[in-house]
Design a protein around this ligand. Structure first.
Ligand code: DHB
Length: 506
């Protein structure tokens, strides 16, 4: 009898050991499983090892998206260096291709083609996937992955689930990105590059995910989801965030949008394919909604207790005026100054005051007229649940849900409900930056074009100010006249990345 028990125990332990061994096997990076690629950028040819379509968790649910591409300069396998970077210290660039909160494939070394992005607000968007530029731009098409590799970065790009898949609703996308970070950290010794220097990058919804990844490092809220996917047993905090026009803070984005656009009663959707580009008018009901929402913004802003660089609390009065508005304006003024310094003729913009080569003021109301409203109120949590964000907050059984109390209260959908508060929280970096259970990224570069009206300017300013107030290193600019787009200033981006990595090394 005792012998039988012993035997059973041995068999059980053996099975346990094999299962554990298998688990570790599956998440182990295999350095021998690569293809060599010869790449050319700016007439320079270089070789990389390409590890593509790595499944970065033990229990994936959608291997079309939960895969990662890792590219490593060949030099790092031969003891060589690229500039100051070596196999030991090279930073890892982690770009995502998420757009419109849709499922996204990992970025690759292949040149991306002009792509159709799915509608986020009922309209089609034409954006070049992976290296978005304004559609009207005639600048050179560049592949961000190649740019990073040629500068000696290791590149790791993870695909992630998105809103159109039943299992891809919030918080799936961020959980996937975190699982990918855990894989990189778990395999740090096997993968050339320093997993302590992961720098995330993304645009729009991808910029929001990049910021969320940076703001929520190691936070226990996501643990249950990561466990369910069999994510590697490692941390998921990152070193730095690059975020272009983050469509974030979604549960306050409607009120921020109306704080900015209240009084603008016509709108133009962003649809480069539409024959009719003429503006449409808001209905009386929409104007009333705009008023409700803009009136709610100061209460939210004041609740954040943000401070300016002199330590003064930033506030707004009941009319939406105050030193927070002045702060937002100051970023636009700084942007106009950079444009002026680079030789741009700003004389057509009557709303800017220039004296002796200095931009000294801007007329906010006329700046907003120049910007033009793009979305109808509520811009994100639509009362008919028609936006991409409504779908993001849906569930496997209810495709679309509200995510603000206002949206739910005024919904035109019978029996509509609001998403789980915990999930709404898990998609918003603002809640995590102040949470002692988080290890946020130390360095942040945020860009939101001065003509980008996909979300309010206040969104990036609030995020940056909160980060700055908590002592993080933040670099925010609103590049002059730039519409909703990203990766348009790669030289500056990589200069910034090099500088923060070198600062750390000191
Ligand atoms: C994106 C744009 C939007 O206007 C939006 O609401 C969500 C996402 C995007 O381009 O990713």
């Amino acid at each position: 009898m005792l012998k039988r028990v012993k035997l059973l125990l041995v068999a059980y332990l053996l099975t346990l050991t094999i299962t554990c061994a298998q688990k570790i096997m599956k998440l182990d990076f295999d350095p021998s499983s690569y293809q060599t690629k010869t790449l050319t950028l700016n007439e320079k040819t270089f070789k990389v090892r390409a590890y593509e379509k790595i499944i970065y968790m033990e229990k994936p649910v959608d291997t079309a998206y939960q895969v990662m591409n890792i590219y490593i300069p060949e030099e790092y396998f031969n003891g060589k260096s690229i500039g100051t970077y070596t196999a030991e210290n090279a930073p890892i660039f982690f770009p995502n291709q998420i757009g419109g909160y849709m499922p996204a494939k990992p970025a690759s070394t292949e040149m991306q083609v002009m792509g159709m992005r799915p509608p986020s607000n009922g309209q089609e968007q034409q954006i070049r996937l992976g290296h978005q530029r304004p559609p009207e731009s005639t600048g050179p098409r560049r592949n961000t992955v190649l740019e990073a590799l040629s500068r000696g970065y290791v590149v790791a790009s993870a695909g992630a689930r998105g809103r159109t898949n039943g299992d891809g609703k919030a918080p799936a996308g961020i959980v996937d990105l975190k699982a990918a970070i855990r894989y990189l950290k778990f395999n740090d010794k096997k993968i050339p590059g320093d997993a302590g220097k992961i720098i995330s990058n993304g645009t729009s919804a991808g910029g929001a995910m990049s910021a969320l990844l940076g703001a929520t490092g190691n936070h226990p809220d996501y643990e249950m989801y990561l466990k369910a996917l069999g994510a590697a047993n490692a941390k998921d905090n990152i070193f730095a965030v690059s975020s272009y026009c983050p469509i974030t803070n979604l549960d306050h984005a409607d009120i921020a949008y109306e704080w900015q656009f209240y009084g603008i009663h016509s709108y133009k959707r962003r649809d480069p394919f539409a024959n009719d580009q003429s503006p449409q008018n808001l209905s009386a009901e929409q104007i009333a909604i705009s008023k409700d929402l803009k009136e709610a913004f100061p209460t939210y802003l004041n609740s954040l207790q943000l401070k300016d660089r002199q330590g003064k609390i930033l506030t707004l009065d009941g009319n939406g005026d105050g030193n927070f508005k002045e702060l937002v304006k100051s970023y636009v003024v700084a942007s106009a100054q950079i444009a002026l310094n680079s030789g741009k003729d700003l004389s057509a913009h009557q709303w800017i005051t220039i004296k002796g080569g200095r931009v000294i003021d801007l007329d906010w109301n006329n700046y907003i007229v120049y910007m033009e409203r793009q979305k109808t109120p509520p811009a994100f949590d639509a009362l008919d649940e028609s936006t991409g964000e409504n779908q993001l907050f849906g569930t496997a059984t209810s495709d679309k849900l509200h995510f603000t109390k206002y949206g739910q209260l005024h919904s035109s959908i019978a029996g509509s409900t609001i998403a789980d508060q915990k999930i709404i929280k898990m998609m918003n970096p603002m809640y995590y930056i102040t949470d002692p259970k988080t290890q946020p990224a130390a360095h942040w570069r945020i860009r939101h074009g001065s003509k980008d009206k996909d979300t309010g300017l206040a969104i990036s300013v609030m995020l940056s100010t909160l980060l700055e107030n908590k002592g993080y290193d933040v670099n925010l600019e609103l590049p002059w006249d730039v519409p909703h787009s990203g990766d348009y200033d790669l030289n500056e981006l990589f200069e910034w990345m090099d500088s923060i990595v070198q600062r750390k090394a000191k």
